[in-house]
Structures are given as C-alpha cells and as structure tokens.
Write a protein that binds this ligand. Structure first.
Ligand SMILES: Cc1cc2nc3c(=O)[nH]c(=O)nc-3n(C[C@H](O)[C@H](O)[C@H](O)COP(=O)(O)OP(=O)(O)OC[C@H]3O[C@@H](n4cnc5c(N)ncnc54)[C@H](O)[C@@H]3O)c2cc1C
Length: 382
C-alpha cells in the first residue's frame, strides 16, 4: 500500500491550484449574487483539460486514471473559490462526458467528446422529474417508437447546466412493463433539436454560478443513433454516471474542506478577544481540530473510492460511502467555519457564508444522504 502522490500527480496538483487561484476567483461575490455562469471561465478550464480528465487523448481528453482525476478535482476545489463553477464542471464531466465515453458508440464519441472536452460544448445529465427525485426509477417521461426513431414526451427538473447545455444525457421509459432494469433507455439530445426546450431556470440558495433548470420534451423526435448504450440499458448508463459522480465530485469537496480549514486557522490566530487569539480558546480550537480530522478521513475515503473505481468491477458501495461522508463533512466544516468567524462569518465579504450555502446542496444532489445510507444498508444485506 502506498499513500504517496506520484511525481505526475504532485505536478498536476500544483499546476491546477496555481491555475485556479490565478484565473477563476475574480468578481466572485458579484457573479454569485447575479447567478452568472461564465463561458469564458469554462473555456479557461478546458485549456488545462478539466472537462475531459479521464477521456482518452484520441477523443480530446487528458487520459488520466480515476485517482489522478480525483487529485486534480481536489486541487480545483481547493484553489477555486467558485463552488458553482466547480460543480458545473463536475456535473458536466462525471454525469455527461463519462457515460458518453463509457457507453457511447464510436460515432457518438467522435461527434461529441472533442467539443465537450475542449470547452466548446456544455453537457448535462437529466433524470430527476417533478414527481420523481430519490425514486428516480418511477419517472414518467416516455419514449415511443416512431419509424426508425423515438418520439419523447415528458419533463426533467433541477438539471444542472440545463439552461446552457448544448448536449444532454436524458432518460425515458421505453418499456413500462420491464421497469427500470430493461425498461428505461438513455438518449443523447442536442440543444437545437425541435421539441427540446430549456424550461424554467431556477434561483437557488448556493452554487449560484451553476445554472439549474427544467428540460421539457414536447414531441421530441430522436433518431435511433441518439440511443446511448443499449435500448433498455438506461440503468447501466445511470449507474456509471452515479459511480463516477459520487466518487469524484466529492474530490472537489475535499479541496474545499482544506481551504475552509486554512481560512479558519488563519482567522483563529489573528482575531483577538478577551486579550488573546480566539484559537487559544479550547471551544474554538476543538472545532478546527475536528475539521482537520474530517479532511484527512474524507481524503482517504475519496482516494480509495477513486482507486476502486479504476481497478474493480463495482465501486457503488465505495461511491455511496464517499458521497455520504465527504458531503456531510463539507457541510459541518462550512458551518463551523462560519461560527469560528463569528459575525464576520455571516457577512458576504468573508466568503465563508457562500461556502456554507454551496455545501448544503452536496447532501441533496446525486442522491440525498438518506438515500446513500439506504444504499449502504442494502449492500450490508439489510
Ligand atoms: C443543486 C442541485 C443540482 C441537481 N442537479 C441535478 C442534475 O444535474 N440532474 C438530475 O437529474 N437531478 C439533479 N438534481 C436533483 C437531485 O438529484 C434530487 O433533488 C435528489 O435526488 C432528491 O430528490 P427530490 O428533490 O425529488 O427529493 P425527494 O425524493 O422528494 O426527497 C425529499 C426528502 O425525503 C427523503 N426521502 C425520499 N425517499 C426516501 C426514502 N426511501 N428513505 C428515506 N428518505 C427518503 C429525502 O432524503 C429527502 O430528505 C439536483 C438537485 C440539486 C439540489
């Protein structure tokens, strides 16, 4: 067992942090307030290969293994204070690009991956519907055979990148009798397709620079070539997306936890009350000590999940454990960071309140904490 970074991983970590600090943190409070998604920053990130980290170079990607992807995403979450941008990039990469790379036909990969990797295209993943979230398998969107293709009607909601996405992986029932396993199919849809409508854009509590909204399919016709994977194989496509998302989206959170820890230490050393630095009060110091323990535990669980994603046939249990533990650690750390900063922590200028608002979503998207616990319990035979 080896816990050291390789030279390549060390270099990737350092260069990503340098890039993120230098290029991605400008006018953040304004962008957050106005909910601005920046295509310019999106293209900047593509210049260092974020949007195609694990994708083979032949399709325009960076060709990294999953553990090295985790190292880069962690560095991004550490250096980039724009949690919404990191989230949009991760959703695009892990729930659109990865399933396309793993399940797409050669023609689909050639058609979409270069643009998705080079920052020209934005991707989305759409399964949630107004009536089905945690119980996503009970979706109502239907795809019916129409000649050589499919006619799709229904709608999706809370879709990250939905308002700006050029390509979306969407799911629809193709055989209601078979249920989710065998009865749901994944499709690739392009923005300009008639019948594909970006519906309402939502205003949200955190991650405000990451646009989220509805997608509506109004008699949307898709040719047979738009099926991603097999007809009836939507469950496999969804499983790939969730395994990668749950293992690797949290890598960015690990970086954010480290940044919040450092911010809290710096503040606790310099803020004086009752004639001494507040870090000398045990009540404050213990909060910060807990942050450090959560950081190191979160990092180990994430790295191991990423390693298993690369090397084992099934990493779903690891994915759920990492998702649950790291997202809850992020939320706790962000709340403690606000408390360590006292009244200043509650003010926008100090930026920890934004981290807290961003952190709340992490325990909801990609399956709520309750659902992760249920998945883990199922793996334990309960
Ligand atoms: C910021 C953000 C981004 C998102 N991005 C996307 C996206 O890109 N694509 C996409 O498809 N979806 C996306 N979602 C949707 C997300 O996956 C769902 O919100 C989530 O799965 C929960 O579904 P729901 O909102 O319908 O809540 P519900 O399923 O209605 O749950 C409400 C509450 O009931 C609990 N609950 C439900 N069922 C059970 C159960 N069996 N046992 C115990 N507790 C239960 C839940 O844990 C929760 O606390 C996003 C959501 C957010 C907040």
């Amino acid at each position: 067992m080896d816990f050291a970074y390789s030279d390549e991983q060390k270099a990737l970590r350092e260069s990503t942090i340098r890039f993120a600090r230098g290029a991605l943190n400008e006018q953040l409070a304004e962008r957050d307030r106005e909910q601005v998604f920046s295509r310019e920053l999106w293209r900047e990130c593509a210049r260092i290969g974020i949007q195609g980290l694990p994708v083979p170079e032949a399709y325009g990607g960076t060709g990294l293994d999953a553990l090295s992807c985790a190292v880069v995403l962690e560095a991004l979450g550490y250096g980039c204070r724009d949690g919404g941008l990191v989230f949009s990039l991760s959703a695009h990469l892990l729930a659109c690009v990865v399933p396309l790379w793993r399940h797409g036909s050669e023609a689909q990969k050639r058609r979409y991956l270069p643009g998705l990797c080079d920052g020209t295209l934005v991707g989305a993943h759409a399964i949630t519907e107004p009536g089905s979230g945690s119980d996503s398998f009970s979706m109502r969107t239907r795809a019916e055979r129409d000649g050589e293709g499919w006619r799709i009607n229904g709608s999706k909601t809370f879709i990250s990148n939905g308002p700006v996405a050029d390509v979306a992986v969407i799911f629809a029932v193709t055989d209601a009798d078979k249920g989710f396993h065998g009865g749901v199919t994944a499709f690739l849809v392009e923005r300009e397709t008639p019948g594909f409508v970006a519906g309402q854009k939502f205003e949200k509590m955190g991650l405000r620079t990451s646009p989220v909204g509805e997608l509506v399919f109004d008699d949307l016709f898709l040719p047979a070539e738009a099926v991603l994977g097999e007809v009836g194989g939507g469950a496999a496509v969804f499983a790939t997306a969730m395994d990668w998302e749950r293992c690797l989206l949290v890598a960015g959170h690990v970086g954010t936890i480290e940044r919040l820890l450092e911010t809290s230490i710096a503040y606790a050393r310099t803020r004086n009350q009752f004639g001494q630095a507040i870090g000398k009060f045990q009540a404050v110091a213990h909060k910060i000590a807990d942050m450090k323990v959560q950081l190191e535990a979160a990092r180990l669980l994430t790295y191991r999940a990423a390693w298993r994603l690369q090397n084992l046939r099934n990493a779903s249990l690891d994915a759920s454990m990492a998702k649950l533990m790291v997202s809850e650690s992020l939320l706790r750390t962000a709340l403690d960071a606000v408390h360590v900063h006292g009244g200043y922590g509650y003010m926008v200028e100090y930026e920890v309140e934004r981290a807290l608002r961003d952190a709340v979503g992490s325990t909801i998207y990609s399956g709520t904490s309750e659902m992760q616990r249920s998945i883990i319990a199922r793996w334990l035979g309960l």
